[in-house]
Design a protein around this ligand. Sequence first.
Ligand code: ZN
Length: 494
Amino acid sequence: MLLKAVLYARVSSDRQEKEGFSIPAQKKLLKEYAKNNNINIVAEFVEPETAKKAGRTKFNEMLKYLRKHPQVRIILVEKTDRIYRNLKDYVTLDEFKDLEVHLVKEHEIISDKSSSHEKFVYGLKVLMAKNYIDNLSEEIRKGLQEKCAQGYYPSSLPIGYENKANATGKKEIFLSSDAPFIKQIFEKYLLGDYTYKSLAQEMSDAGFFPKNRQCINKTVEHILHNEFYTGIFYFKGVKYYDAKHPAIITPELFLKVQEKMKSKYKIAPKKHKFAYSGFIKCAHCGKSLIAELQHGKHNSGDYVYYRCHNCKGITIREDRFEDAFYNDVLKKIEFPEEFHQEIIRVAKELVECETVFAETSMNELHHKIQVLKRRLSQLYTDRCDGMVDDETYLNKRNEWQMELDKNLVKYEKINNASDGFVESVDNLSNLCKNAPQHYLRQSQEQKRKMMNLIMSNPVFDGSNLIMPVVPAFEYAMKLKNVETRGVEPLSKMD
Ligand SMILES: [Zn+2]
């Protein structure tokens, strides 16, 4: 039976085309390979050169095709850098579990049947790529924190507020037409005898339709609990006092209302932070184990337990879980020296690949930023010369300024994320060097992060813990076993 495959080709620079890596040459090579290996090419995806800047439309089409045709699980491609243009591509292609990528010129096939060594290298690439993407979102989070530090709530605004441009055209938080009702809700609740429901009814009768919706008891409950109205805000558990939005009520009024609610309704106690909440799954029903704090007897301190609320007897103490991770996973991934060199080698290769990509995007962004700056300055001149009216001026100015801000933020992010990547590779390498010792020195939160990097979806059945490690480490463990036992050459391992 003929195997079915798709063909993917592209050139990555003009220089390469001159050196004989042109599309026809790539296609010829891949077709010959297919013929010699009894492979039937069912679809071809060739990136047109003009698409170099606009992104890879054919690559995305190929992904779509592979999702639609699960019986086609082979990609034929000339070399690694044809298909993995940047780190994100490693993660994207990794989602197709039984995919084979034939790197024809490199005489390599990446698949489930690859040798442990190849899988280790590929797994490392995917792992590092994921890490890089996490770093990017970390940068975005930092951006949000920066916004917070300036006093702006970085998420959607509660009822009573809206974003509008101020006199100078900059976006600011203003009170909306719902604001007077907010104040009434607090005052009425404190002075009268209301339930959430009866107050909601009265506010509806008074014409309160927050964001054009019906006011229900949940609306009232949310409003009464929201400290934002006193002129502060919370973001990711941090309280920001220097908020830029105007207060609708005083902190005193807010506190009094909280007291009154407390006496009327039982309020759930504040949650303790548990490191592995939702991390461990129950082997019987698949639900996440839920953390509980239990007070030890005879002043022996408190213990954290993780328990399945569905099944009886599925309970594990936190320190037992950590011990198991330490002994059964970490102790096994202390790699020999040559592994570090492998990690560094892979990392260098990936950094190079990402740098080329980042440089291209940064060049594009730089160009966009220059164009917007020019436009804005021209617009200003036109306005001074009386060539545009005030309304057009403000509208265009806002639009372009916003666009400019967005591009500037993106530019910064790409810049910073690459730095973070090299750092995280360093961490990863150190982690493997002395994982167990490293682990013991970590905070609870770092321990959880480290676990996340190494294993996915631990499962507990009441007596046994199953702790699957991510592919890169799995193959590395296998390799290590072979080496210490000194049997079988690597290629025969699988
Ligand atoms: Zn269960």
